[in-house]
Ligand binder design. Structure first.
Ligand SMILES: O=C(O)CCC(=O)C(=O)O
Length: 258
């Protein structure tokens, strides 16, 4: 599904944009059902905590900044159940971590208009630690993104050495895992703008983040986490839960490895 150049680019940079994985009709169905899920099930609050908030936002914006989120949309909606098993996406991921690919989780991140929360630089590994490299997050774009509404931004090559320790406590208080802003700043990252229907895929270890949504429109992205079923999970979100096999078959012994 992917050509050698795309595979090499992913191995080198740790991220790749996969254009138009979803048709306009599929995007429309996902948007429609997402609207209902947001109304009925999602949470809107200040989002991630930590001292990084005062680095990327002035005090007034920081107070008003919001994030809308929800886990495991595919348990709530037919359109999202189809979306996670998209054969083109599954085959592309198999080219990167396959041949066997298991869905691990899905998570919605909506940045509301004008104050939709920025994300400080981080890896996704602190949220669901795994032993090896066979894990990819695939971000489904329901809206076109750019820096104005908070597109994904990456540190190319940052995945290569695996997990980095994150700040998880400040003055004895827990906070959302993030990297120190004096060493890892959004300014020193590469933007990855994308179109609705695209997927941006990256390693669990690729350092990434995004700016605040300054536009008057919602920015809707959904993260689909996939792994090689033999990649043992150590801690965090969805630990011990088996997921759908979207490519290949579950190898003997891999359930014990979750
Ligand atoms: O939604 C964003 O802008 C960032 C999302 C993110 O960092 C993640 O899903 O790991």
């Amino acid at each position: 599904m992917l050509n050698q150049e795309q595979i090499k680019s992913f191995q080198e940079n740790g991220f790749i944009r996969l254009p138009q994985i979803y048709t306009p009709a599929e995007v429309e169905a996902m948007r429609t059902e997402l609207d209902q899920l947001i109304q009925d099930w999602a949470t809107t609050n200040m989002g991630w905590s930590g001292p990084w908030r005062n680095v990327y936002m002035d005090p007034d914006t920081e107070k008003r900044s919001m994030l809308t989120h929800l886990h495991d949309l595919h348990f709530y909606s037919e359109a999202w159940c189809h979306a996670v098993a998209n054969p083109t996406l599954a085959a592309s991921l198999a080219d990167l971590i396959g041949p066997n690919v298991e869905l691990h989780h899905t998570t919605l991140h909506v940045k509301p208009p004008e104050t939709g929360m920025p994300f400080p630089l981080h890896q996704d590994s602190p949220f669901y630690r795994h032993e090896g490299f066979g894990y990819i997050d695939a971000i489904v774009h329901l809206d076109d993104t750019n820096d104005e509404n908070g597109c994904l931004r990456f540190v190319p090559g940052s995945h290569k050495n695996g997990h980095i320790e994150h700040i998880t406590q400040v003055d004895g208080q827990g906070c959302s895992p993030h990297l120190p802003t004096d060493q890892w700043n959004l300014e020193n990252t590469v933007a990855c703008p994308a179109q609705a229907g695209d997927v941006v895929a990256f390693s669990i270890y690729t350092v990434h983040g995004s700016y605040i949504n300054q536009t008057n429109r919602w920015r809707r992205l959904v993260r689909l986490g996939y792994r090689d079923p033999m990649n043992k999970q150590l801690a965090g979100q969805s630990l011990g839960r088996a997921g759908l096999m979207v490519h290949g078959v579950r190898p003997a012994g891999s359930l014990a490895a979750t």
